[in-house]
Design a protein around this ligand. Structure first.
Ligand code: SF4
Ligand code: FES
Length: 246
């Protein structure tokens, strides 16, 4: 397959970026989007040109590092991460625009690579438990209602990719924070820090300059982990309760 690529090129964080037009010829339809970029980069290197910088790790939708915007959609078309997009889903000879996430809290480092450590700092603020959970026998005697366990695990599927903030006109991280708070507040192991967790994580989110939810639902539409926007309602409820709990 052949494609006409418009790729954001930016030498470093303080440089002015612009789109570079690159022709991508003879790309197998079964290639993933990142494999297509690998092919393009190999050709750029052979032509003594600078390859396009982009992030990746697992390449199977679980690590959340392949943050990029494809044709205006954070993580690209479909419901997976950018690494799970396949070239056969684009029309032959079409133009594909590839940009980094545009979020002030995620500064661009180079080309398509952004620094998403704002999300790491939010997790450091409270997205953990300190309870000693023991081994497998302890887990087996800590009974949790199946519906609650399923709900907690659905929220735990968040891979921290940042697409929610990139899609939101307010750059809100509330889907991400809501997923973490929902996951831990539902489980017995998450109870000791329950009130402190939501206060600290919301404060960290605010201090990173990430905005608030105004019900656009763009985050839910692009989330590769299918996190439901209902976690934002849970986040709001937990935050409210944390104000009256000791
Ligand atoms: S909520 Fe979804 S879009 Fe946001 S960080 Fe988690 S996986 Fe990514
Ligand atoms: S490279 Fe890990 S989610 Fe895409």
């Amino acid at each position: 397959m052949n494609f006409h690529l418009r790729i954001w090129r930016q030498e470093h964080a303080d440089a002015l970026g612009s789109f570079q037009e690159i022709e991508a010829h003879d790309i197998p339809g079964e290639a993933s989007f990142l494999e297509m970029l690998d092919i393009v980069n190999n050709r750029l290197i052979q032509a003594h040109m600078i390859p396009v910088a982009f992030d990746s790790d697992c390449r199977e939708g679980i690590c959340g590092t392949c943050s990029m915007v494809i044709n205006g959609i954070p993580q690209g078309p479909g419901r997976g991460a950018a690494c799970q997009v396949y070239m056969r889903s684009f029309l032959e000879d079409s133009t594909i625009t590839i940009e980094p996430f545009r979020v002030k809290a995620f500064p661009i480092i180079k080309d398509l690579v952004v620094m998403r450590s704002a999300y790491d700092r939010i997790i450091e603020a409270g997205g953990f438990i300190t309870e000693h959970t023991g081994g497998a026998p302890d887990a087996a005697i800590t009974l949790i209602d199946k519906k609650i366990a399923d709900h907690a695990m659905d929220a735990a599927a968040c891979i921290g990719c940042g697409a929610c903030a990139a899609a939101c006109p307010n750059s809100s991280a509330m889907l991400f924070v809501g997923a973490k708070v929902t996951h831990l507040s539902l489980l017995p192991q998450g109870q000791p820090e329950r009130a402190e967790r939501v206060r600290s994580m919301v404060n960290a989110m605010d201090s990173e300059g990430l905005g608030n939810c105004s019900n656009y639902y763009a985050c839910e539409a692009v989330c590769p982990a299918n996190i439901s926007a209902s976690v934002i309602a849970t986040l709001n409820r937990e935050f409210l309760k944390s104000q009256i709990r000791p």
